[in-house]
Design a binder for this molecule. Structure first.
Ligand code: SF4
Length: 431
């Protein structure tokens, strides 16, 4: 196979593999720009900088034309999950616009590597690109499962650890922003504080200085203190948790700017952090070995990683509690327990049991108003999300949960009207 791949050399720079797919070489790394869909914008501002530090040129895509879903549907089958339709539509529109030099870009798509359909999206994207006349554009898979690697896009263990730091910083900033913004006395002060910290953290990453955990922990405390200094007018507001499939939960493109809409409607938003998803993925490897006989060595390494991240999450929780101005996130070991009596830990396609757990955890922490964001075509999350709502409401009569479908043909007005109805119940309960 390798021989065949070598023979497919077309010229000194452009190489294709035996399937006719572009190879992204080490040489390409120097002058290509990686285009990355901006799933969770705040975190990705840190991640972009971290990737640039290790030699990649990166452009986060925040194009949000109303035709993206339509473009996606032209090039993928209409039963494809909505997140994939959007990501593929966005890539193709960007290439069609010639905004960047198409001969010098590579597209990055994330894959979970599990049994969920996301594991196939790399192939779906390649097929769509060929159909749209962009088969020459290299596609890179970002995954933690060793799926389809490219010679010019290989991250080291240290890079993954730095990515993790970005995720934890991003989660903290997102949590504090959501608890300050709806109450700020001086409009824009919260965003100013977020931007200030992103600049500071990016500077530290760029200089490779102070990346030791002791310094990071000090930063966590300083970040919390600086948000606590923002003057807030604490009036009672409905608190709304957002759960759901990872892309529609976080991406303003996919959920029609849900967070902004809720703040505009007078609510305080709580979105569980990305760290939970990382912990969920590590914990699932342990479950896989226990329930399905998967490799014990993977479970062993994952367990070490899990414990290490959990300890850091608990550090953040303690710092927030000590400072005293904000509500901390729930520690992930309690998130695991929350699903008990509702769903089995063997149910781990898509967000699986995590989605159910997050709803319970929100209710247990006093946030009864929940939006469960469900994309079209997402069977696992319909089961763990919408499918669990009846039993959750039976066991927790105060739960005010609404499932919102995100779909190429769904009307934004309709989605917002359903959310407004949920909010009016939330306000009644508040009174
Ligand atoms: S989690 Fe849902 S939307 Fe995401 S790939 Fe899997 S089935 Fe599709």
């Amino acid at each position: 196979m390798r021989e065949k791949s070598k023979q497919s050399k077309l010229n000194s720079e452009v190489l294709y593999d035996e399937n006719g797919d572009r190879i992204f070489t080490l040489e390409n790394k120097k002058d290509y720009t990686l285009l990355v869909p901006s799933m969770i914008p705040l975190h990705f501002r840190l991640i972009k900088n971290m990737l640039e530090k290790i030699g990649y040129k990166v452009q986060m895509l925040d194009e949000r034309t109303s035709s993206i879903a339509e473009t996606g549907l032209k090039y993928v089958h209409n039963d494809t999950c909505y997140p994939a339709t959007l990501v593929i539509g966005q890539f193709i529109e960007v290439l069609q616009s010639n905004k960047y030099d198409n001969q010098k870009v590579a597209l990055v798509i994330s894959q979970t590597g599990g049994g969920c359909r996301a594991s196939n999206y790399l192939y779906l994207l390649k097929k769509a690109l060929k159909k749209a006349g962009f088969g020459y554009v290299p596609v890179l898979s970002f995954n933690l499962s060793g799926l389809k690697t490219q010679p010019g896009f290989k991250l080291k263990v240290a890079d993954y650890l730095n990515l993790l730091k970005c995720v934890m910083y991003g989660d903290l900033l997102m949590l504090l922003k959501n608890q300050c913004e709806p109450y700020e006395v001086v409009e824009g002060e919260t965003i100013k504080t977020v931007n200030f910290w992103i600049e500071v953290l990016n500077g530290e990453f760029a200089n490779s200085k102070n990346l030791k955990y002791g310094h990071i922990k000090k930063n966590f405390a300083l970040i919390i203190d600086s948000f606590a200094k923002i003057e807030r007018n604490i009036v009672p507001k409905a608190k709304v948790g957002i759960v759901g499939e990872i892309f529609v939960k976080y991406s303003p493109l996919a959920n029609n700017d849900l967070e902004k809409f809720l703040v505009k409607e007078g609510a305080e938003v709580y979105v569980p952090g990305l760290t939970d998803f990382v912990l969920y993925s590590a914990y699932n490897n342990v479950v896989d070995a226990k329930l399905y006989g998967e490799k014990k060595v993977v479970a062993f390494v994952s367990n070490i990683l899990y414990k290490n991240i959990l300890k850091k999450q608990k550090d953040i929780i303690k710092l927030i509690e000590k400072q005293g101005s904000f509500n901390p996130p729930t520690s992930f070991d309690l998130t695991i327990k929350a699903r008990e009596g509702y769903i089995n830990e063997g149910m781990k396609m898509g967000e699986g049991w995590l989605l159910t757990s997050e709803m319970i955890e929100l209710i247990e922490s006093g946030i009864n108003n929940i939006i469960c964001a469900q994309p079209f075509g997402c069977l696992p999350n319909h089961i763990a999300g919408k499918g669990m709502m009846k039993i959750i409401k039976e066991k927790n009569p105060k739960a005010n949960i609404v499932a919102i479908d995100y779909d190429a043909s769904a009307s934004r007005i309709n989605q917002e009207n359903r959310i407004k109805l949920m909010l009016s119940n939330a306000r009644e309960n508040l009174e």
